[in-house]
Design a protein around this ligand. Structure first.
Ligand code: ZN
Length: 274
């Protein structure tokens, strides 16, 4: 089963997550396929810009953590083994698939643009934040409600880098929603366009960048990302992922499961994008 539609048009790779019935929730297979498509776009010399978009009403409602999903692989054997290995297998898995992918995608050596509509919840942020630019539809809205699960935030904690420290704390403390306008004002979103014009506007921006010298784009991107890392982004994200993992361990120790009892409720709310 394929979750990603991949197309190259006029030197722009359009990478589309196509799981609208599940609010583009991310399961293991989807993430692995997405990572493969990003690698394909990087290897393809005809591709100069990569657009990440999704089908349907909502950009992404986060990781697929519905109880039925957690009863399947890769989760099942991880949970079955907890008495032997503790949560180390889960830690390794999240290190690679959640935290690791997002961090790697931030440094894809080509310009990347996220095209965001509707709800972008929790790990939805881990898809759009690593991209270089974000074009948002006027109905886009953002939320990290992971604190409700007893954990400080998603695996890739870009909040302070994207919103500034004070707003990041407010969002994490309240698990509230941020609309496209505010995200734009805070510098997280580059442009807001009417929902009906999102694809066209994103593609026009990508096409404009595709005209620029590709090596210069790579160097410009590396310079900006190196600036963020010199300010401490790399090590701060690393630190935050370790405390995120401590949250999982604590939930397991106190509730005997990877998250708190509110997990099913949250997964359902995510699906609806509420
Ligand atoms: Zn986690």
């Amino acid at each position: 089963m394929s979750y990603i539609v991949y197309e190259v048009r006029d030197r722009v790779a359009l990478v589309t997550i196509n799981r609208p019935d599940a609010g583009n929730a991310q399961n293991a297979a989807l993430l692995e396929e997405l990572d493969g498509r990003f690698s394909q776009a990087v290897s393809d010399e005809d591709v100069r810009v990569i657009v990440l978009r999704t089908e349907g009403k909502h950009f992404s409602t986060g990781h697929d953590i519905a109880p039925a999903v957690l009863e399947q692989e890769p989760w099942k054997s991880m949970f079955d083994d907890v008495s032997q290995t503790g949560l180390l297998r889960m830690y390794d898995w999240e290190s690679q698939h959640y935290f690791g992918y997002s961090r790697r995608w931030r440094d894809i050596p080509k310009p990347t643009i996220a095209s965001v509509q509707g709800a972008c919840v929790a790990a939805g942020l881990m898809l759009c934040w690593p991209m270089d630019l974000i074009v948002a539809a006027d109905d886009a809205r953002f939320c990290d409600p992971v604190a409700r699960m007893g954990i400080g935030g998603v695996e890739y904690q870009g909040h302070a880098w994207e919103w500034g420290a004070r707003k990041a704390k407010e969002m994490l403390f309240t698990a509230g929603w941020m609309g496209a306008e505010e995200a734009h004002r805070l510098g997280m979103v580059n442009r807001i366009v009417p929902r009906a014009e999102l694809d066209e506007a994103t593609f026009a921006l990508a096409s404009q960048i595709a005209q620029m010298p590709p090596h210069a784009m790579r160097m410009a991107k590396r310079a900006v990302n190196a600036t963020l890392d010199a300010q401490g982004m790399h090590s701060a994200l690393d630190f935050a992922f370790q405390t995120h993992s401590l949250g999982h361990a604590n939930a397991w120790a106190t509730h005997g499961q990877v998250t708190t009892a509110g997990l099913a409720e949250m997964a359902q709310a995510n699906r609806k994008g509420e």
